[in-house]
Design a binder for this molecule. Structure first.
Ligand code: ANZ
Ligand code: ZN
Length: 814
């Protein structure tokens, strides 16, 4: 978007802000780090971006006007597949494509009138940035928390790369390509996030300003579970959270990569075929092994199976099967069992009974004990210890792709794995390349830093989530050449006070960032961050849904030119079905932010976006509704144009209107500061404008108008500046920015001694007095001086009714 697409007002003020240094008042209220998740430079903003950046810009402008020293930076999460694919398809360099996109999107930010501190801009694909990403990887390596290991990994056949567990959804599909993920055996690099499983779980409870939904998702992902390891045979130990059900165990099942299974498969062709054929995840297929295991409690013989539903990388890869109390075991036993499930819980009316409360019955061997006590008793009897397990797995960070930060490791045939020395960082990406780095000879061939012999580089790049796991730290010190960030700067500016972004990152980015922060605190790179948590308050904005037209005859989405007049289907003349759905190309319901901004101006679009839905809710994009906001803005400008500094004493109706203004300003302040009820902020703006209109002609009009202009400034910066300029002209004062003003605070009624209040108790007039400011407080003080009111007031005050229009205070007692 070029300047020419800015409306007159936007262009005027954008230029003015560029040329006049912002009058920085000296902040008096401490630091405020306002951050929103930085975008991937796709080249085009969508309305979701428009929403989150409107919110974020509003809040950081508000904080600045409130005297905070605000850090509100912006940057680019610039590595990743689309650039690489574009490079391949268009025969351009991935970096050229990326930087062109950054430029285009930066001007869209300008178009939105976003006031980010661009001097702190960072780009994760720039060597100045990824040099430090590599350095931090080596920090993990030095600590023994970055390691290479063979293992079964998730392979995305479309993007041709491995994925972290967090990047595969519950249906087994890739978060990016949507392809069904396959399993491959590969040697890859991991970050040992499991080392922090306990801290990541525990500290969730300190995040009292995070949505509980996000905390629950993280808790479940980490999946801390306390149970016991029971050794049932020399070579078989099971992990169970229900040791109390041991007497109900009727079989034991092993994962298909359990050592016993692998050993037996050497000589058992049937088993070998079973474990090598593909199984659906969670499948209750089973294969009976030769061994039989004795139940240590009942002495009963239990058959041994192997089944894909037992996970190879959870617990011990072995379970005791309790068909009466576990759904999965019940399903398995129905297919492979011969006898009826053994129930050990008194409360069980039907099986499986999977509730975790109840009392053990006779069959359990510990009749009368609760589930918890029974588990303890059985563990004691077997000499088993309590064991905590986590569902969380280590984070696989190798990607077989070009457009990422190279893993700074060299493989030497004589020295083995050698980290690239810090002085040799960054390991630069070859400029003219696409496809895996393993195919780039100049990149791969190098010399060993340790022995000087021939060696090869690690062919992989890091997951782009590595880049974003520390960018918020880099923002505290973005120009540091030697270090990722200085300890002092980062420690001073962290944590992020408010972090805005999409809930789709509830696990991935937010979990990784918490992990990195905790690790870097432990390594002494930052300090003094409460609970080592990077984000104090988290706000997740809802999605934006677009108006979607459907041909109800066949359920197909209508393209714009298939839509007739008055929302009909052109081909048939019938009315089209209208719904609101997630914007996507296939539904023809997308909206281009640049287009709407050049049509209505940035302020109207910003206010509209905030007005249409509470921050956390889905926003349905009704473009027609913008007219409400544009009308309000023109009323506001008209009101300001006719404002006058002089006026007469207010009527009592005007005093009331003034008090309404006070209440509205305090509401607006509270919403911006705390509750983030931003939709009500816009309706309060409209009410406030009306109330200020009522003050016309009175001496209250001028201060109220000034206040109105100041409070709308965070949301509607251009209109506020325009109005402020008019007010200064009327006052005959030189121009200065409205953003140099302090946030206003209106005192309720300051009508002066002109008002003589009649004070009544329970409807009876007691006395009168002249009020100056806070009438309510003053009333009680005056009354306490009046001996005859004492018995009345001793009954206790129920309510104080204050009617400024009638110059009346009525006190109701019990
Ligand atoms: C016996 C039992 C009886 C179990 C019962 C549950 C209910 P959470 O809480 O999610 O950690 N399990 C253990 N290792 C497993 C593996 N590798 N693959 C699949 N399942 C496994 O789950 C722990 C429970 O999951 C364990 O407790 C075990 O089944 C199963 F009425 O043991 B339980
Ligand atoms: Zn060597």
């Amino acid at each position: 978007a070029s300047r020419s697409t800015l409306s007159h007002l936007d262009a005027k003020w954008f230029a003015k802000w560029q040329s006049s240094s912002k009058q920085a008042k000296t902040p008096t209220r401490g630091k405020w780090y306002q951050l929103c998740m930085f975008p991937y430079p796709s080249g085009q903003m969508h309305v979701g971006h428009l929403r989150v950046y409107s919110i974020s810009d509003t809040l950081s402008r508000f904080r600045k006007m409130n005297g905070y020293d605000v850090l509100s930076p912006m940057g680019w999460d610039a590595f990743g597949l689309p650039a690489e694919n574009a490079a391949q398809q268009r025969n351009v360099k991935a970096s050229d494509w990326t930087y062109a996109n950054i430029k285009a999107m930066h001007s869209q930010f300008d178009q939105m009138l976003c006031d980010f501190d661009w001097s702190k801009e960072l780009i994760t694909c720039h060597p100045d940035y990824y040099k430090h990403t590599q350095r931090l990887f080596l920090e993990f390596y030095k600590a023994g928390l970055a390691y290479r290991a063979p293992g079964l990994v998730n392979w995305d056949p479309v993007d041709e790369t491995v994925l972290a567990n967090e990047q595969v959804d519950a249906q087994g599909r890739s978060w990016r390509s949507g392809a069904l993920v396959e399993t491959r055996e590969l040697e890859q690099w991991y970050l040992k996030i499991t080392e922090y499983g306990d801290a990541l779980d525990r500290d969730l409870s300190t995040l009292d300003q995070w949505p509980s939904k996000v905390k629950t998702m993280q808790k479940n992902w980490i999946g801390k579970s306390s149970g016991a390891e029971l050794t049932l045979a020399d070579n078989i130990t099971v992990f169970t959270t229900r040791a109390d059900t041991l007497a109900g165990a009727m079989y034991v099942a092993l994962a298909i990569n359990h050592p016993i299974v692998l050993a037996e498969a050497e000589t058992n062709a049937g088993l070998k075929a079973f474990i090598s054929k593909p199984h659906e995840t969670g499948s209750k297929d089973g294969f009976r092994l030769s061994q039989v295991i004795k139940n240590p409690l009942t002495g009963a013989e239990m058959p041994l199976f192997c089944s894909p539903y037992v996970l190879g990388d959870y617990g011990t890869g072995a379970v005791m099967g309790v068909p009466a109390h576990d759904q999965r075991d019940s399903d398995f036993w129905e297919l492979h069992g011969t006898t009826a499930p053994i129930n050990v819980i008194q409360e069980a009316k039907s099986l499986p009974y999977t509730e975790k409360y109840g009392t053990l019955n006779e069959a359990s061997g510990f009749a009368g004990l609760s589930i918890a006590d029974g588990a303890k008793a059985i563990m004691n009897k077997l000499g088993a210890k309590e064991k905590t397990r986590y569902r969380l797995r280590d984070w696989l960070i190798s990607r077989q792709r070009y457009w990422g930060a190279p893993i700074p490791i060299i493989n030497c045939s004589s020295c083995g794995t050698v980290p690239v020395p810090e002085k040799d960082l960054p390991v630069l990406l070859p400029e003219n390349h696409s496809g895996p780095l393993s195919q780039c000879k100049e990149f791969m061939e190098t010399t060993c830093p340790s022995c000087g012999g021939e060696a090869t580089r690690d062919p992989d790049t890091m997951d782009t989530f590595v880049d974003s796991s520390w960018y918020f730290l880099r923002f505290t010190d973005p120009d540091n050449k030697d270090l990722p960030f200085s300890k002092d700067r980062a420690s001073e500016l962290m944590p992020v006070d408010m972090y805005l972004g999409g809930v789709e990152h509830a696990i991935l980015h937010l979990l990784y960032s918490r992990f990195w922060t905790k690790f870097l605190v432990d390594r002494g790179l930052i300090e003094n961050i409460p609970n080592s948590e990077p984000f104090k308050r988290l706000v997740t904005q809802g999605m934006v849904h677009g108006k979607t037209f459907i041909n109800t005859d066949n359920g197909r989405f209508l393209m714009p030119d298939e839509l007739g007049p008055n929302n009909t289907v052109k081909a048939t003349g019938k009315p089209a079905g209208i719904t609101f759905e997630k914007m996507s190309k296939s539904k023809y319901n997308g909206v281009d932010p640049s287009e709407v901004i050049s049509k209505y101006g940035a302020d109207a679009v910003r206010a509209h976006v905030l007005f249409q839905a509470p921050v956390n809710d889905v926003l349905e994009w009704h473009e027609d509704n913008i007219v409400g906001v544009t009308r309000w803005l023109s009323k506001l400008q008209a009101l300001v144009s006719s404002a006058s500094e002089c006026g007469s004493a207010p009527t009592s109706a005007q005093v009331q209107a003034w008090n309404e203004c006070c209440a509205l300003v305090s509401n607006i302040t509270k919403s911006l500061e705390d509750t983030l009820a931003l939709n009500t902020v816009i309706s309060d703006f409209m009410k406030l404008t009306r109330a200020v209109g009522t003050l016309k002609g009175s001496e209250l009009a001028w201060p109220a108008t000034e206040t109105l202009v100041k409070v709308i400034a965070p949301v509607c910066p251009a209109n506020a500046e325009e109005a402020w300029e008019k007010l200064l002209e009327i006052k005959k004062q030189p121009w200065s920015s409205v953003f140099a003003e302090e946030w206003p605070l209106l005192e309720p009624i300051s009508s002066g001694s002109a008002f003589n209040y009649n004070v009544m108790i329970n409807g009876k007039r007691i006395m009168s007095f002249a009020s100056e400011s806070d009438v309510q407080e003053q009333v009680l003080e005056e009354l306490s001086k009046e001996p005859k009111t004492k018995p009345l007031l001793e009954r206790g005050i129920k309510r104080v009714v204050f009617v400024p229009a009638k110059s009346l205070v009525n006190i109701l007692t019990n």
